[in-house]
Design a protein around this ligand. Structure first.
Ligand code: F6R
Length: 259
């Protein structure tokens, strides 16, 4: 894993936008894996800025989001469909018919999960998957204990995740208990993965997945098994890491090789 420690959350979002724009400029019909939540918001804002400055186009791109709440209509204010529409899709030139999220409102969840996997396959797989991380180490909604080989499926949210996400809802009671999520096995098939973590609240989860063992109890630790993972951290999220001097040294060498 390439561990990149940057001076601020804004620098994290700019670096993530750099990586995504570079891909889209090299491969305009790239398949993007997208995340919701608070962390990628600044990256989406930055992508909109770059789109408005005509530095990037999404016209030929396809996207697949990691997850969606179950039994929530796509029009619901807190659905991830709405989140993506309001925070990214409606501000850029991506074709809405190429933007995919799991169908949490389906009356056949099992079929909706299988269909989502088929759609990703038909698109040729995900070129670049953007990830956040939960305070309990989850990626997408793969909560601790998730199989490291899991595929898109229904998953119950932990109480910790429901409490973390309650800030987007009127009350904790309103936070759904179930979601459809890409599995860890699905995520690991992406060609490249970029995980973003900002703020001191993520420091424990970051330490566990970067420097701890690979374990289903810390789902993000499965990323240690993937050959092309970049972890973009601000100073606060990196503050519990032990080997920061080494990561900074490696990154300096890597940057000098690239320029
Ligand atoms: C969102 C997702 C989640 C979030 C994670 C962190 O699509 O899959 O795994 O990335 O819960 O959320 P924030 O960024 O709000 O801290």
């Amino acid at each position: 894993m390439r561990i990149v420690i940057l001076e601020s959350a804004q620098a994290v979002s700019h670096r993530a936008a750099d990586i995504m724009c570079e891909l889209l400029n090299d491969k305009p019909n790239a398949v993007l894996g997208l995340a919701t939540g608070g962390t990628p918001l600044a990256t989406y804002d930055e992508l909109v800025v770059r789109y408005n400055q005509q530095e990037v186009s999404f016209a030929q791109a396809t996207s697949f989001n990691l997850d969606e709440y179950v039994d929530m209509s796509p029009e619901h204010a807190q659905s991830y469909h709405t989140f993506m529409r309001e925070n990214l899709f409606r501000h850029i030139d991506i074709d809405a018919s190429n933007c995919h999220l799991p169908d949490g409102a389906s009356d056949n969840h099992w079929r909706a999960c299988e269909h989502y996997e088929q759609l990703i396959d038909q698109a040729g797989g995900i070129d670049l998957q953007l990830l956040g991380i939960g305070t309990d180490g989850h990626i997408a909604f793969n909560e601790p204990g998730s199989s490291l080989a899991s595929r898109t499926r229904l998953k119950a949210l932990t109480e910790q995740t429901r409490r973390d996400n309650a800030r987007f809802f009127d009350s904790l009671e309103d936070v759904p208990r179930l979601a459809i999520t890409m599995g860890i096995g699905t995520i690991l098939e992406a060609h490249d993965i970029v995980l973003l973590a900002t703020g001191a609240g993520k420091a424990g989860a970051v330490r566990a997945f970067v420097e701890g063992p690979v374990t289903a109890q810390v789902p993000a630790s499965a990323l240690q098994m993937h050959p092309n993972v970049t972890v973009l951290l601000d100073e606060d999220a990196a503050s519990w890491l032990v080997r920061t001097d080494y990561y900074r040294q490696v990154e300096a060498v890597q940057r000098s090789l690239e320029t």
